[in-house]
Write a protein of this length. Structure first.
Length: 179
């Protein structure tokens, strides 16, 4: 699946994970493994987010915000949420986030392209992508490539909201953000 980022207010679109694919006879979604992540943006341990991540999310060298886990929050006495330590976001649809100790997002800055690969081939009824933008809302495009060589456009100029102070179309919310 190729993602492109044609227009941004300021900086990046973050694709957290592709998950939850349904089989024809079921409406249940289940996370599937993917590859293609290029950065680690989740602080999972220790007292410095800069030592456990590869790049800040919001405004490199400006605000240097990252996402952190419940463990990181507790170790640093932060208030607010924190991603579940096991990376499993549960709700109407479950999302299994990538390992926090490795690259765990596809970060695309203005006019960049990136690929996310499904590690398990199969016939899927639908695909859900968990994503967000920083430094303002962004537009993304996504193209699906199939094993027979065909392709289809899945998203065209799809608006993705800014992760900070957004109140609509949320999978999870209530996180504070710290350096």
């Amino acid at each position: 699946m190729k993602f492109t980022s044609p227009i941004f207010k300021l900086i990046p679109v973050i694709i957290i994970v592709i998950s939850a694919l349904g089989q024809p006879a079921f409406s249940q979604y289940n996370p599937i493994p993917v590859s293609g992540f290029n950065h680690d943006v989740v602080a999972e341990a220790g007292t410095s987010s800069l030592t456990t991540t590869t790049i800040p999310l919001d405004g490199d060298n400006v605000s240097n915000k990252v996402i952190y886990t419940e463990t990181f929050k507790n170790l640093n006495s932060f208030g607010g949420g924190g991603l579940p330590d096991n990376g499993l976001i549960t709700g109407v649809v479950n999302y299994q986030l990538a390992d926090y100790a490795t690259n765990n997002v596809l970060l695309l800055q203005r006019n960049q392209n990136g690929d996310i690969n499904l590690n398990t081939t199969g016939n899927y009824v639908s695909i859900r992508v968990l994503c967000f933008s920083t430094e303002g809302s962004s537009l993304i495009n996504a193209t699906l490539f199939f094993t027979d060589g065909s392709q289809t456009t899945a998203l065209t100029n799809y608006a993705v909201a800014d992760w900070f102070n957004n109140t609509s179309n949320l999978v999870v919310s209530g996180f504070e953000n710290h350096l």
